[in-house]
Design a protein around this ligand. Sequence first.
Ligand SMILES: *Cc1c(COP(=O)(O)O)cnc(C)c1O
Length: 356
Amino acid sequence: MRRSAGALRHNLARARAFAPGRRVWAVIKAEGYGHGMEWAAAALAGHADGFSVSCIEEALALRESGTAAPILVLQGPRTAADWERCARHDLQPVLHDEQQLGMLAGFRGELPGLWVKLDTGMHRLGFAPMKAQALFEQLRDHPAARRGLHWLTHLACADQTAHPQNAEQLDRFSHAVAELPGHRSLANSALVMSGGAARPSRTEWIRPGIMLYGPSPMEGEVGPERDLRPVMTVTAPLIAVKRLEPGACVGYGATWTADRQTRAGVVAMGYADGYPRHAPTGTPVLVQGRECPVIGRVSMDMLEIDLTGVPDAIVGDTVTLWGEGLPVERIAEAAGTISYELLTRVAGRLRVIDID
Ligand SMILES: *Cc1c(COP(=O)(O)O)cnc(C)c1O
């Protein structure tokens, strides 16, 4: 796996261009979407205004690795001790349910910021919007909120620009917090890219994740169409080349049969490396810059491809599974999943090469 810090910074600049004047929580949860959380934080140090992770454990690992920037913890504290950790390590937790609110009663620590999450329609995390005013009154004098009580929500359908739920959620949110002080944060990558974050509002923090790594989250498009560059490129060597006679079957289950003489290649990449096992025959890979289809089932450590289009391919050639020249969105679509899943599942056994 090759990863490019330059591409990561380029994509952050693209996020800023989509949402001028906003501050950026660069979302680096889930091991920086599979690229390495600490690597991503180091690459974006001084470029992002802060980092966003899911849980306290991720935030503590970031602090331990020397990240001094603000950190937003999306799932917030789970225990009373977590609230203390937030104070000690200067973390900005998200408060999203009654249980957490109860623990806050016994906590007197100061936080650099406390973010209240409102559930405007996704029905995952958050308080009902009608509670915002009461929460504000309950929390305004609490030491945890003294340095800032802020508001966020998350959209369920931002990747479908025309979905009616987008406007509904945005309206519920702006209505709920209209009279309240504090910063707001609404936009994931999809809302940033659809222009939703450029609407005038109070100090807003955007929360781009996937777009920083190159893929577009928008339905039916790929990152390069929006001048996003792939940060991760996954390659593997061609380890065997062979001629298949008509009638020869390939792989487990013998699901693919040659209907003519076929030059086939075996690539040292399988589902144990994070390549999706459900990628069907026809899923593209790149050999010498040309697309070749996967044939048969993906194995644990190998997959097989039809080399008809690249007659001079030889053992030792580098095969690109996704990344530079082959957007991961295309592989995700073929395998019936999303780019997020493929990126976050690359295996630890892949050798990592850093480029700028
Ligand atoms: C993961 C996450 C994001 C980033 O979403 P992308 O689609 O990757 O841009 C933003 N906000 C919240 C609450 C998240 O959980």
